[in-house]
Design a protein around this ligand. Structure first.
Ligand SMILES: CCCCCCCCC/C=C/C(=O)SCCNC(=O)CCNC(=O)[C@H](O)C(C)(C)COP(=O)(O)OP(=O)(O)OC[C@H]1O[C@@H](n2cnc3c(N)ncnc32)[C@H](O)[C@@H]1OP(=O)(O)O
Ligand SMILES: Cc1cc2nc3c(=O)[nH]c(=O)nc-3n(C[C@H](O)[C@H](O)[C@H](O)COP(=O)(O)OP(=O)(O)OC[C@H]3O[C@@H](n4cnc5c(N)ncnc54)[C@H](O)[C@@H]3O)c2cc1C
Length: 647
C-alpha cells in the first residue's frame, strides 16, 4: 500500500459532502481551539512510542495483558503529570485519557487505574468531609495511593441494602471493625481490587451502639504501601474512626449516629457514573458507526443493476437503514448526555447547600438515560458489526471489543431493568400527582398536556413526532398505573402488584426516556442550526428527523394504541424515512469524518481515514504469531502421527 494513498471511493465521498466536516468537528468539540487542544492531547499520548501498539495484545496471556496494561497505565499517568506541570491537566484531560475513547485506545485491555479516577476519587469528593478530602484527595491525584470502589459482593450487586459486609463502631478504641462474615459477602467485581489497588472505598452496613444504620462508605487499606502485600486478615479488620466518609451520615466518637439529610446521598457516586456513562456510550457508538460507514463506502458487493458494476454496499438502502440511524443515535445520546451533565452539576451544587428537591428527578433521569443509552449504543454497535459482514467479526475490526465494553454498561452501575424500574417508581408518583392536579416536575410536565389534547393530526414535523412519543409514554404510564391499582383493588398487596405489573412499568419507563431524548435532541439542534452553515444545519436537521421518524416507526404498535394515527400517516412516515436516508447518503462519510476520530483510536483496518481496507487487513493478520512460520509445530506433534496411524 503506497504511503498516504487515499481509497478512490472515499475520495469521491469526501468531494460530494455538502458541508465542511471540520465545521462539525469544531461544533462537537466546542470550537476550533478545543479541537486543537484535543488533537494536541491525542498526539501527545498516541505518538509516544512507549504507548503505541506494537504486537496487538490479542496474543498475550491474561497475566501478560494485565502487566502490559499496568505498564502503560503508569506511562499514561506520568504523561498526565507532565500535562499538569504545563497547566494543561484539566478534568477533561483526565476524563479523556483515563475514561474516554483516547484512554481505551491506549489501554485496549482496560485501565487498572480506571476505577481509581472514575470512582475512588469522586466518592471521596462526594462523600468525604472537607478534612477527609484534604487528607486523601491530593494523595490520590498524585497516585501516592491507588484506590477502587468496593460495593458489590459475591451475593449482592443490585440490592445494596442487602450488602452483608459490616462496619461496627468500637467506641473504646474509636475504630470501625470491618467484616465480610460470609462467602457471599466477599467483595467481588471492583476494578483493580485483585492486584492493583492498595486502598478501597468499602460500602458496608454501619453498626453503632447495637443499631444498624444502613450502608455507608469507608476507606480501607488493602495492601502495604511499600511491599504491596495484602494487609493482614479480611475479617475483623480495624480502621480508624476518621476512615468513615462522613460528609452525609456521621458517627461521633462516642458512637452516637448523626443521620444524613437523605440516606440516598450515599448513593451519589452511582448517579455520577450513570451520568457519565450516557456520554461514553454515545462516543463508543460514534466510533463503531465511523468504522462501518467508511467500510461500507469502500466495500463493493453484489448488484443493484445487473448491467452496472458491483455497487458500494452503502448504496443498498437496507445498509443505509442499518447505519444512518446509528449516526443519528450518536447525536441524540450526545445531546441528552450533555443535558444530563448540566442537570447533574446544577443539582449537585444545590445539594451542597442542602437543597434536595431536584435529587429524585435527577435520579430518575440518570437511571433511564443510562439504561437506554447503554442498551441502544450496544445494539447500535452490534448492528454496525453485522453491517460489516465477516470482516466485522474479526477482533482487529475493533467492533467486537467495542461491543463488549458497551454491553458491560448495561450491567454495571445499576443493571438496566433495575434502573428502569427506579424511573418507573418516579413516573407512577408523577401520574398520581397529575390525576390529583398536583404540580409536576419539568421532565414529566407533558403528562398534563397529553391528558388535555387529543393528539392532533399528522404533520411532517419533529414536534408532531415528539407529541406522539409523549402520548405513547403517557399512555403506557397510565396503563401501568391503572393495571397496578386494579390489582390492589382486587386485594393484591402493593409489592406483589408492583412485581406483577413490572413488565409494563419497564416499558413505560423506556417510552418516557425515548420521548425525553427526542425532545432534547430536537431542542439542541434547534439551538445550534442558526449558528452553523446552512449545509451543516440541513444535515443536522435531517439526522434529527431521521432519529425521530425511525424511533417512532419502531413503535408502530404503541402509536396505533395510544394515538389517532391512521395507516395513511404510517405510509407518510415510511416515505419520510426513505427520503431522509437518501438525503443523508451523500453526507454519510463527511459526517463520520466530522467526528475527527484519530486512526489510532479507531484502531480498525475497516475504518481508517484512507480507506485502504484490504491492505490494512492483510497487514493486521500478518502480525499474528501463528503466521510467523509456514508450518505450525502442532502438525508434527499431533496431526502427522494421527494421519500416519490411518495409513
Ligand atoms: C466515569 C466513567 C464511567 C465509565 C467507567 C465506569 C466503570 C464502572 C465500573 C462499575 C462500577 C459499579 O458497578 S459500582 C456498583 C454499582 N451498583 C449499583 O449501581 C447498584 C444498583 N442498585 C441501587 O442503586 C439500589 O439498590 C436501588 C436499585 C436504587 C434500590 O435502592 P434502595 O433499595 O435503597 O431504594 P428503593 O427502596 O428502591 O427506593 C427508595 C428511595 O430512594 C430513591 N433512590 C434510590 N437510589 C437513589 C439515588 N441514587 N439517588 C437518589 N435517590 C435514590 C428512590 O428513588 C426511592 O425514592 P422514593 O420513591 O421517593 O421513596
Ligand atoms: C465490567 C463490570 C465492572 C464492574 N465494576 C464494579 C466495581 O468497580 N465496583 C462494584 O462495586 N461493582 C462493580 N460491578 C458490579 C456491578 O455493579 C453489578 O454486577 C451490577 O450492579 C448488577 O448487579 P448483580 O451482578 O448483582 O446482578 P443481579 O441484580 O443479580 O441481576 C441479575 C438479574 O436479576 C434482575 N433483578 C435484580 N433485582 C431486580 C429487581 N429488583 N427487579 C427486577 N429484576 C431484578 C436483574 O434485572 C437481572 O436480570 C461491575 C460489573 C461489571 C460487569
Amino acid at each position: 500500500m503506497p504511503a498516504n494513498t487515499m481509497n478512490e471511493d472515499l475520495k469521491r465521498e469526501r468531494q460530494r459532502c455538502s458541508f465542511d466536516p471540520k465545521e462539525l468537528t469544531y461544533l462537537l468539540d466546542g470550537g476550533e481551539e478545543k479541537t486543537e487542544e484535543r488533537r494536541q492531547r491525542e498526539k501527545f499520548f498516541l505518538d509516544d512510542p512507549e504507548l503505541s501498539e506494537t504486537a496487538p495484545s490479542d496474543y498475550l496471556s491474561h497475566k501478560e495483558k494485565y502487566e502490559h496494561a499496568v505498564k502503560k497505565a503508569c506511562i499514561v499517568f506520568k504523561k498526565v503529570q507532565q500535562l499538569q506541570a504545563q497547566g494543561k491537566a484539566g478534568m477533561q484531560n483526565f476524563r479523556e485519557v483515563l475514561g474516554g475513547q483516547l484512554g481505551s485506545a491506549i489501554l485496549r485491555d482496560g485501565n487498572p487505574l480506571g476505577l481509581h479516577y472514575v470512582m475512588f476519587i469522586p466518592t471521596i469528593m462526594g462523600q468525604g468531609t472537607i478534612e477527609q478530602q484534604a487528607e486523601w484527595i491530593s494523595k490520590a491525584w498524585n497516585l501516592e495511593i491507588i484506590g477502587t470502589y468496593a460495593q458489590t459482593e459475591l451475593g449482592h450487586g443490585t440490592f445494596i441494602r442487602g450488602l452483608e459486609t459490616t462496619a461496627t463502631y468500637d467506641p473504646a478504641t474509636e475504630e470501625f471493625v470491618l467484616n465480610s462474615p460470609t462467602l457471599t459477602s466477599y467483595k467481588w467485581w471492583p476494578g483493580g481490587l485483585g492486584h492493583t489497588a492498595n486502598y478501597a472505598v468499602v460500602v458496608a452496613q454501619l453498626y453503632s451502639q447495637g443499631i444498624c444504620h444502613g450502608i455507608h462508605p469507608f476507606i480501607v487499606q488493602l495492601r502495604d504501601e511499600e511491599t504491596h502485600l495484602p494487609m493482614p486478615g479480611f475479617e475483623n479488620v480495624r480502621i480508624p474512626w476518621n476512615y468513615m466518609l462522613m460528609k452525609n451520615g456521621k458517627v461521633l466518637k462516642d458512637g452516637s449516629y448523626v443521620k444524613s439529610p437523605s440516606s440516598k446521598l450515599t448513593y451519589g457516586t452511582m448517579i455520577f457514573v450513570r451520568v457519565v456513562i450516557v456520554q461514553d456510550a454515545a462516543n463508543y457508538l460514534r466510533k463503531a458507526v465511523t468504522i462501518a460507514t467508511r467500510y461500507s463506502a469502500v466495500r463493493h458487493q453484489s448488484h443493484i443493476k445487473e448491467s452496472a458494476p458491483e455497487p458500494q454496499i452503502l448504496d443498498f438502502v437496507t445498509q443505509q437503514h442499518k447505519l444512518f440511524p446509528q449516526l443519528a443515535t450518536y447525536f441524540a445520546l450526545h445531546y441528552s448526555g450533555a443535558w444530563l451533565w448540566d442537570m447533574y452539576n446544577n443539582v449537585t451544587s444545590e445539594l451542597e447547600s442542602g437543597e434536595l428537591d431536584r435529587l429524585p428527578e435527577l435520579h430518575a433521569l440518570a437511571c433511564c438515560l443510562k439504561a437506554v443509552s447503554a442498551a441502544d449504543a450496544a445494539q447500535g454497535i452490534e448492528t454496525c458489526r453485522l453491517a460489516c459482514g465477516g470482516h466485522g467479526y474479526m477482533s482487529c475490526s475493533s467492533l467486537p471489543i467495542t461491543y463488549g465494553l458497551v454491553t458491560a454498561m448495561v450491567t454495571y452501575e445499576g443493571e438496566n431493568t433495575v434502573l428502569l424500574l427506579q424511573t418507573a417508581r418516579y413516573l407512577m408518583k408523577a401520574w398520581q400527582n397529575c390525576l390529583d392536579g398536583q404540580p409536576l416536575t419539568p421532565s414529566v410536565q407533558y403528562l398534563n398536556s397529553v391528558r388535555r389534547s387529543f393528539g392532533g393530526v399528522y404533520h411532517k414535523s419533529v414536534p408532531w413526532i415528539i407529541a406522539s412519543m409523549q402520548r405513547i409514554a403517557a399512555g403506557k404510564i397510565e396503563t401501568a398505573h391503572r393495571h397496578m391499582n386494579d390489582k390492589i383493588k382486587r386485594g393484591v398487596n402493593s409489592e406483589d402488584a408492583w412485581n406483577e405489573t413490572s413488565i409494563e412499568l419497564v416499558a413505560a419507563s423506556e417510552a418516557h426516556c425515548k420521548a425525553f431524548i427526542v425532545e432534547t435532541y430536537y431542542n439542541s439542534v434547534q439551538q445550534i442550526v442558526p449558528s452553523v452553515s446552512q449545509q451543516l444545519g440541513k444535515a443536522l436537521t435531517e439526522l434529527c428527523e431521521l432519529y425521530a421518524v425511525n424511533t417512532l416507526l419502531k413503535n408502530i404498535g404503541d402509536l396505533l394504541r395510544y394515538s389517532n394515527v391512521t395507516t395513511g400517516d404510517l405510509e407518510n412516515l415510511q416515505r419520510w424515512l426513505e427520503e431522509l436516508l437518501a438525503a443523508i447518503r451523500p453526507n454519510a462519510v463527511g459526517i463520520v469524518d466530522g467526528f475527527d476520530i484519530n486512526d489510532a483510536i479507531i484502531a480498525s483496518p475497516l475504518g481508517a481515514y484512507d480507506g485502504n481496507v484490504y491492505e490494512r487487513l492483510f497487514a493486521e493478520v500478518s502480525k499474528s504469531p501463528l503466521n510467523a512460520k509456514p508450518v505450525n509445530e502442532s502438525f508434527h506433534k499431533y496431526l502427522k502421527p494421527l494421519l500416519k496411524s490411518k495409513m
